[in-house]
Design a protein around this ligand. Structure first.
Ligand SMILES: C[S@@+](CC[C@H](N)C(=O)[O-])C[C@H]1O[C@@H](n2cnc3c(N)ncnc32)[C@H](O)[C@@H]1O
Length: 270
């Protein structure tokens, strides 16, 4: 089994995605998705950005490596009565079934960054984008002080080191790496731009209960807890994460959690 696929089919990412919907909606409006646009969403999960793009009238294909998330996305689309969107299984590093120059906009929000082989990912994104079209990636930033980078940083102290040659997904949050990957795919450097943007996680429960959602349902955190349990350090990991979530929570309501997280928004003109 492909370990990348196994990681994301583990648990149930839809539980975390459910806390990210408002920011997904706002982002698709902000980047100018319009009616009739052909949009590809890579690493789409259950459609946090793909569904709003379809609601704005775009013709959307969502691709994700996790079969359970593809099923969940197709169900959400059917429940919303949308006929201009389809989810299917696939790997962002190899879009063999998709013709060259077929999308106006390729979107990947915290998705393709998790695919191994980042140079292949950039090449495939560029290949399937129409001339005059664009690519928009949302990537978490290594060592950023906000939520997701800190979860991954804390968790990494409890997990065994990755295999040799492993390229961290977080390198997609470093501008020079992004430039290197897209220029290798034939894009000139002046066509690549960056802004810092924010996603807000909204959970209807306490910050500690939100940590439990990650512990039970988010593959990377589940793996960190499994490793921490083996070394007898699970309680320390729980404590560190609870401190983090409590410190970052901005909600005034004690029974709700609202945590903003900074990401690197990458725009590439093709
Ligand atoms: C953090 S989730 C984000 C999902 C969605 N974009 C969202 O914002 O809710 C990462 C997603 O990337 C997908 N993914 C990881 N590696 C992938 C790959 N090689 N090809 C396609 N999807 C991949 C995972 O299955 C998962 O759905």
């Amino acid at each position: 089994m492909n370990p990348n696929k196994a990681l994301w089919e583990k648990g149930d990412f839809t539980r975390i995605a459910a806390t990210m919907r408002a920011s997904g909606d706002a982002l698709m409006q902000r980047i100018g998705v319009t009616k009739g646009m052909k949009v590809l969403d890579l690493g789409c999960g259950d459609g946090t950005t793909a569904l709003p793009a379809a609601k704005l009238g775009a013709d959307v294909l969502g691709i994700d490596i996790a079969q359970n998330l593809v099923e969940a996305g197709n169900k959400r689309a059917a429940d919303a009565g949308l006929t201009n969107i389809k989810f299917q299984e696939g790997d962002a590093a190899n879009l063999a079934g998709l013709p060259d120059k077929s999308f106006d906009l390729v979107v990947s929000v915290f998705g393709a960054m998790f695919a191994p082989k980042p140079f292949d990912v950039a090449r495939e994104m560029v290949r399937v984008t129409k001339p005059g079209g664009r690519i928009m990636m949302g990537n978490w930033i290594p060592n950023d002080p906000t939520l997701v980078a800190q979860i991954l940083k804390i968790s990494s102290a409890y997990t065994p080191p990755p295999p040799e040659g492993f390229v961290s997904p977080m390198t997609w949050g470093i501008e020079n790496n992004v430039i290197e990957r897209f220029t290798a795919a034939g894009v000139s450097v002046d066509k690549i731009s960056f802004v810092r943007d924010t996603f807000i996680f909204n959970y209807s429960g306490t910050p500690s209960a939100f940590v439990d959602e990650f512990r039970k349902y988010y593959g990377p955190t589940m793996n960190a807890f499994e490793a921490a349990e083996k070394s007898g350090r699970a309680a320390n990991l729980q404590k560190e994460l609870e401190e983090l979530f409590n410190a970052q929570n901005k909600s005034a309501d004690p029974n709700r959690t609202s945590i903003p997280a900074t990401f690197l928004r990458v725009s590439v003109s093709v």
